[in-house]
Design a protein around this ligand. Sequence first.
Ligand SMILES: Cc1cc2nc3c(=O)[nH]c(=O)nc-3n(C[C@H](O)[C@H](O)[C@H](O)COP(=O)(O)OP(=O)(O)OC[C@H]3O[C@@H](n4cnc5c(N)ncnc54)[C@H](O)[C@@H]3O)c2cc1C
Length: 354
Amino acid sequence: MNISQQQSLLHFNSFALDVKAQQLVTFSSQAQLSEFSLTEGVPYFIIAGGSNLLFCEDFKGVLLKPEFTGKTVVDAGDAWLITVGAGENWHQFVTWCLAQGYPGLENLALIPGCVGATPVQNIGAYGVEIKDFVEQVNAYDLINKQWRQMSRDECEFGYRDSIFKHALKDSHLIVEVTFRLPKQWQPVTSYGDLKSLPDSATADDIFNLVCQVRSQKLPDPNELGNAGSFFKNPQVPEAQAQALAIAYPDMPIYDTAIAGQKKLAAGWLIDQCGLKGRKVGGAQVHQQQALVLVNTGTASAKDVVELAWLVRTSVAERFGVLLEHEVRFIGAQGETNLDEMMLQFEQQALASEA
Ligand SMILES: Cc1cc2nc3c(=O)[nH]c(=O)nc-3n(C[C@H](O)[C@H](O)[C@H](O)COP(=O)(O)OP(=O)(O)OC[C@H]3O[C@@H](n4cnc5c(N)ncnc54)[C@H](O)[C@@H]3O)c2cc1C
């Protein structure tokens, strides 16, 4: 266990915001986790690769960072069961699986972050979600100091959602994830650019195309700070989607797994508001990809929050659709959200004027 005080988070968040945490505790073994106790009244938050987080201000508490590594493979007859430590890099794990002859995760290549974070928001891309492959999640209950093995059903996966964002939010630290990769490999090439692949496409072909397209379309956080898609694609009632389709015949509208609900493309809505390239301070709506907010190098957390507010307000005024941020907002005391942060900044501005 390693403990550092007043830790700069510049290299711990993909937005590259220069904020601090009062304390950062890293764990390299499960035994270290059992020995650790939370301090009552001191805020804490679990961090992995920091690629889905917006630190809105200095965090006045303890950040817990699991760095467990290692992989084990079990032959389960019709599938490979692969158990991976939470601290392993996700893309490297996907690459390793393919090299070993365990295809299945190729559509999810190049998503930044660690394995342990993947069930939290049920990461997804190119028509595949992690829930399609999760067999079991092993977690440590930080409150009751108990180990817990959870099946896929117990994780209550949804669109960019799971039980780790609700009932078990912050209380359960994921230690390792077991994936079931069927030996009878089924390619998924029905989504976007992957449609161009021939029927004979291999898992390596899919992997290579996904990496190529993602590198072209999305800004590399190592070059331009960002946290990927800032907002979720909004789900709206079918009647609202029909009314929007009449008013905006070009609007992309997708089916969802939920009856009576349709999904809209958040990037399209933002683009239609003419916001590509719009700046607030050093924060900017990416020039090519409207769904991504970037740090041009000089952004403060407040710039990003205010830009997110501008985007959400513009989309709401034009389309009557309220965007929900996919990126997790972290305030001084723990998780917060766009409304709370805007209110706080406004109150701070009023207080400084008084
Ligand atoms: C350029 C770019 C592209 C992206 N593309 C996609 C995409 O296509 N699809 C997609 O779904 N996401 C995408 N993302 C978002 C992000 O990569 C994923 O959400 C990723 O899983 C976050 O991993 P992380 O290790 O950085 O987690 P963090 O950002 O550190 O944490 C994310 C959340 O998970 C929790 N958490 C992390 N580890 C654990 C753990 N071990 N136990 C319990 N809770 C934990 C944290 O508390 C936090 O709430 C993208 C991000 C970027 C920057």
